[in-house]
Structures are given as structure tokens and as C-alpha cells.
Write a protein that binds this ligand. Structure first.
Ligand code: IPE
Ligand code: IPE
Ligand code: MG
Length: 235
């Protein structure tokens, strides 16, 4: 199987999964964490170099404050509970997104998780939290302006790429979205320029290891041309 260098996942459908079985939306988010743990383990096992998961978008602040507060706490609790096991499994954790607006208790935990796992050499796990694709590009350009003061003479794709939240992984090769929506919802706009897309109707809490493998098999069968022609193209 052809393993992508970088997989992105838009983990969508938690609320609908819960509502379908008369549970509160919260139950869907909790179950979603369990699924993520399995997919992270499977990614390590398959030796995927980098996995980026969308956990909270810059637009998700528009949800009712009760849900927003719950998601902050759930993320905090999850980092706290899982960091040792992630560390034992050689996973390097990075939280990508805007740090402003995040509560202090969460910022401390983010620092702790990133610090503890910084030297790990296995799976690179990026958790996109308070993340927006446009915000990432804007932040990159602002960093460049800050770095170079007013001596900017030329902006290149490489320069922008090197100022992204995780410059080590600038291309998402395979983008999976659960929950069936046919959109990218402001996820990794720069990085998905040439990503292969895979959208499944399965809600994230129902997504299984086998579904992940099936998706990866599908990726393996894709012909990636990057704007050129396939082998028979010059006939
Ligand atoms: C994705 O599930 C998780 C977050 C956006 C935090 P949703 O909460 O969007 O679930 P649906 O799409 O409403 O079912
Ligand atoms: C995208 O899901 C964000 C995350 C999965 C964190 P949303 O549910 O917020 O996206 P829309 O509203 O369907 O575009
Ligand atoms: Mg949704």
C-alpha cells in the first residue's frame, strides 16, 4: 500500500451521530475522542509520517457558548490524560492554530504536551485547534513582515510555506472528511492544494480502523498527475 506522507482529517459528524441516537451532542464529541485515539494508533502502526486532525475551527466560536466551553474542557482533559501514552508511543504532538482567545489552563496543557513530546521521532500528530486556513496564511505573512521589517522584496511560495504553523509538513497528500459534507470548511487551505480528497458519509464517532484502511487503500489506487500527463498522454 502506498502510504501518504501527510494525512489530514476533518473529523465531522459528532453531533449528528449523537442526535441520531437521542444522546446529547456532547456524547458525540466524547466518542469522537475514542475514535481519534484508535486512528492515531493505526497511523503509527502504518508508519504514516504526519497526521493533522481538525478539532476546533476559528468558526466554531459561533456555536452556543455551552458547547464551546465543553469542547475547550474536553480538549484539555484529553491532552492531560493522553500525553503520557502518546509520549510512550513516540508521537510528537503539535497544536496548530491561533493561541489568542484560548483559556490559560488550556495554553499551559498545550505547552506541556508539546514540550514533553518534542524530541519524539515517530508519528507527527498536529491537532488543529482554533485553526483556520486563512488565519494560518495571514499569520505566516505577518511573521514574514515582522522578520524582515520593511525590507521585503519578494514573497515566494517557499517563504510562505516556511512560516506555516508546521513548516516541516507543508503538503497534505490525502484529505479525509467524515460526515458527508462536500466542503473543506477552512482546513489547511495552503497545504491541500494538491491533496487527494476522500469524503465518507460515516459520522466521525462511527469511523473505524477498517474505514481508515479502506480510505488509505483508495488513496493508493489514485493516479496523481500534478497537472502533467499520464504515461499514455503523449500518444
Ligand atoms: C465535528 O462534529 C466536531 C467539531 C466541529 C468540534 P460536529 O460538532 O460538527 O458535528 P455535526 O457536524 O454537527 O454533526
Ligand atoms: C469542521 O466542521 C470543523 C471541525 C471538524 C473541527 P464544522 O461542522 O464546523 O464545519 P461546517 O460548519 O459543516 O462547515
Ligand atoms: Mg459539523
Amino acid at each position: 500500500m502506498d502510504i501518504p506522507e501527510h494525512v489530514g482529517i476533518i473529523m465531522d459528524g459528532n453531533g449528528r451521530w449523537a442526535q441520531k441516537q437521542d444522546l446529547p451532542r456532547r456524547a458525540g464529541h466524547k466518542k469522537g475522542v475514542e475514535v481519534l485515539k484508535k486512528i492515531v494508533k493505526e497511523s503509527s502502526r502504518l508508519k504514516i509520517p504526519c497526521l493533522t486532525v481538525y478539532a476546533f475551527s476559528t468558526e466554531n466560536w459561533n456555536r452556543p457558548s455551552r458547547e464551546v466551553k465543553f469542547l475547550m474542557k474536553l480538549f484539555h482533559r484529553t491532552l492531560q490524560r493522553e500525553v503520557n501514552e502518546l509520549d510512550d508511543n513516540n508521537v510528537k504532538v503539535k497544536i496548530i492554530g491561533r493561541r489568542a482567545n484560548l483559556p490559560d489552563y488550556l495554553l499551559d496543557e498545550i505547552k506541556q504536551a508539546e514540550g514533553q513530546t518534542a524530541d519524539n521521532t515517530g508519528l507527527n500528530l498536529n491537532i488543529a485547534f482554533n485553526y483556520g486556513g486563512r488565519a494560518e496564511i495571514v499569520d505566516a505573512v505577518n511573521e514574514i513582515i515582522k522578520d524582515t521589517q520593511d525590507h521585503i522584496s519578494d514573497i515566494s511560495p517557499e517563504l510562505i510555506g516556511d512560516h506555516l504553523y508546521n513548516p516541516d509538513f507543508q503538503e497534505v497528500e490525502f484529505l479525509i472528511r467524515t460526515g458527508g459534507e462536500m466542503r473543506v470548511s477552512n482546513f489547511m487551505l495552503w497545504e491541500i492544494a494538491y491533496a487527494e480528497l476522500y469524503i465518507t458519509d460515516k459520522y466521525w464517532p462511527a469511523f473505524q480502523r477498517e474505514d481508515f484502511r479502506k480510505a488509505l487503500q483508495n488513496f493508493s489506487s489514485r493516479e496523481r498527475r500534478f497537472g502533467s500527463l499520464d504515461e499514455s498522454g503523449d500518444q
